[in-house]
Write a protein that binds this ligand. Structure first.
Ligand code: C2E
Ligand code: MG
Ligand code: MG
Length: 561
């Protein structure tokens, strides 16, 4: 190599190193430009760099290929280098020369080799940084993720800028339905456009991130809150521009308006406030927005207390079965009962509303339901052994049981171990909203029917009652929620009474037994009689009673009606 060429080589090498190690900036075009000059200097016709996320991605050819330089004459491979980085990604470079070009001298070969290795190690580091950024702060669909959100909070906090902002967690409503309606792919577009709308609205006054599925978090200046809530209330997203097709997207939101003087220790504190209220908003039947207040922390503590005391309470037999009679209003006789759980702790009675919803967040509720069934079976067995009268008792089963493929065996084991004839047991289940649950429900109710165990749709009328539910599932009993009974018997609540009458006659025509729940007044009894609904349960007769008291009722003559 002549002197001029050697000089040119050193100068290019120096420029390359400079461009790769510039502390403040890396300009890709400049870097590629220098590589091209190097190729020209050594008569390299083409340089190709390939990048693969993993060795298996390399095997399947699923990577990125960059052609840094190509004068169109490269045919013959003159150099090939492959490196595997510590995180197991693969980078390969191949250099080509024209067929007629003289082979590289040994000296030039080593010079190019040196450049190639320097470049590869730089590319691997640079690419890795980008990758780390992409994988840790964005999800697979390119949305900024929870890490991004947390990093943003930390950055804001460094400038003391957290108070004066509002953090929210939101969940898109009925997005499964939207996906089903317009297809998953279009659903993705809708989600992206809704997200973009929110990002535009917030602009540089905050960030929005997706934290999984159709769940999002955002933080922004508090003055934007009303506009943001306007979008979560419902925003029409166009998904087919040509035909002007759109879909209304709304979200349930948990809101934390960060007060002045809020002390920020770590991002988890803000997330710990918005996630639970977001969940609450999601499951609330009557509101889309739940604000965080200090009361939430108190409630959270109560929830944790229930969860931590549950196992011990089970061991100490603190859960009792109370019985509420079901009465035939023609004869006043007790024809059945519902077992309702009471937690007796330190002499005090804790009502189900305080612990059932907490236990339903895990499978603890299933353990409790099995315990209740066992208690009921024991009571029945004891009375059968004593030759006392016995009625059918219903036990509530949480929907959480639906995923238990061995549910039938579990139930039968308890009933049969106690040697209770199946006809004395009834199981109450509430309505379901999803297809999957619907299928499981159908299977379980069918199985129970074959075993001669009665089943009840509980709370029919609240939530999303579907006629399909009573047509397609072989229930024995329909339990009308108390919302069908006029709130005040004196008031002329015509519509409620009308619905009651029609639901009863429809259910009876389908061969279902009807039980009216929440019967409190004489007016209710009149309404039931008028509509030929004979079985009533409610405070009019009795509240749920401890077993001894209930058994005294059973042994007596019943009620005056
Ligand atoms: P549910 O199964 O619909 O039970 C009926 C609820 O209505 C009972 O509340 C009962 O005390 C109440 N009630 C009965 N008559 C009247 C009335 O005339 N007026 C009014 N206002 N209310 C009346 P309770 O015992 O507080 O139970 C509430 C809910 O907790 C139950 O609703 C059920 O969903 C759940 N639950 C209770 N025990 C269990 C259990 O062992 N397992 C499961 N999974 N859930 C249970
Ligand atoms: Mg019930
Ligand atoms: Mg009910």
């Amino acid at each position: 190599m002549d002197n001029a060429k050697t000089e040119a080589y050193f100068s290019l090498f120096e420029r390359l190193i400079d461009s790769m190690t510039a502390p403040d900036r890396f300009v890709r075009e400049e870097f590629i430009g220098i590589l091209s000059e190097i190729c020209e200097l050594f008569h390299i016709a083409k340089g190709v760099t390939e990048f693969y996320r993993s060795i298996s991605a390399e095997r399947t050819g699923d990577g990125e290929v960059l052609v840094d330089y190509d004068n169109g004459r490269g045919e013959k491979v003159v150099m090939f280098r492959r490196i595997v980085t510590p995180s197991m990604s693969v980078i390969k470079s191949t250099l080509y020369m024209a067929e007629e070009e003289e082979p590289l001298s040994e000296e030039n070969y080593y010079r190019i080799d040196l450049i190639l290795r320097a470049m590869l190690s730089f590319v691997s580091r640079n690419r890795l940084q980008n990758l780390v950024e992409r994988f840790s702060f964005y999800d697979d669909d390119g949305y900024p993720n929870l890490n991004y959100f947390m990093r943003h909070l930390d950055k804001m906090n460094e400038k003391g800028g957290i108070p004066g902002n509002t953090a929210i967690h939101f969940n898109l409503r009925h997005f499964t339905l939207i996906n089903r309606e317009i297809g998953k792919q279009t659903g993705d577009i809708v989600m992206r456009r809704y997200f973009d709308q929110m990002s535009r609205l917030i602009g540089d006054k905050g960030v929005v991130c997706r934290v999984g599925g159709d769940n999002f978090t955002a933080i922004f200046r508090s003055e934007l809150l009303q506009s943001v809530l306007f979008v979560t209330e419902g925003f029409p997203v166009v998904y087919d521009n040509e035909r002007g097709k759109r879909v209304m997207v709304s979200a349930s939101v948990g809101v934390f308006v960060i007060p002045d003087g809020f002390r920020y220790e770590k991002p988890a504190e803000i997330i710990g406030k918005i996630f639970p209220v977001g969940q609450e908003a999601k499951f609330s039947p009557d509101t889309n927005i739940v604000y965080y207040t200090e009361e939430n922390d108190v409630r959270k503590e109560r929830i944790m207390k229930v969860q931590s005391l549950f196992a011990e309470a089970m061991d100490n037999d603190e859960f009792r079965a109370y019985y509420q009679p079901k009465v035939d209003i023609e004869t006043g006789r007790i024809v059945g009962a519902e077992a309702l759980c009471r937690w007796v702790r330190d002499g005090k009675i804790i009502p189900p509303i305080e612990f059932i919803p907490v236990l339903e967040q895990s499978t603890d509720i299933c353990r409790l339901d099995f315990r209740m069934l066992d208690l009921v079976c024991r009571d029945i067995r004891r009375r059968l052994d004593a030759g006392s009268p016995v009625v059918r008792v219903s036990v509530n089963l949480s929907r959480k049981h639906l995923i238990d493929v061995d549910l039938l065996e579990h139930l039968l084991k308890i009933i049969d171990d106690n040697r209770v004839p199946h006809e004395y047991i009834e199981l109450e289940l509430t309505e379901t909203t999803t297809d999957v649950e619907f299928r499981d429900l159908k299977r379980i109710v069918g199985d129970l029917r074959r075993e001669g165990i009665h089943t009840t749709v509980d709370d029919f009328g609240i939530g999303y009652s579907s006629l399909n539910l009573i047509r397609e599932i072989p229930w024995d009993v329909l339990k009308l929620d108390r919302c069908f009974l006029p709130a005040d018997s004196d008031a002329e609540d015509v519509n409620t009474a009308l619905m009651f009458s029609h639901v009863v006659s429809m259910a009876q025509a389908m061969g279902l037994e009807c039980v009216a729940e929440g019967v409190e007044t004489h007016g209710h009894i009149e309404l039931l009689k008028k509509n030929n609904c004979r079985i009533a349960q409610g405070f009019y007769f009795d509240r749920p009673l401890p077993s001894e008291e209930f058994e005294r009722r059973l042994d007596s003559h019943g009620y005056d009606v």
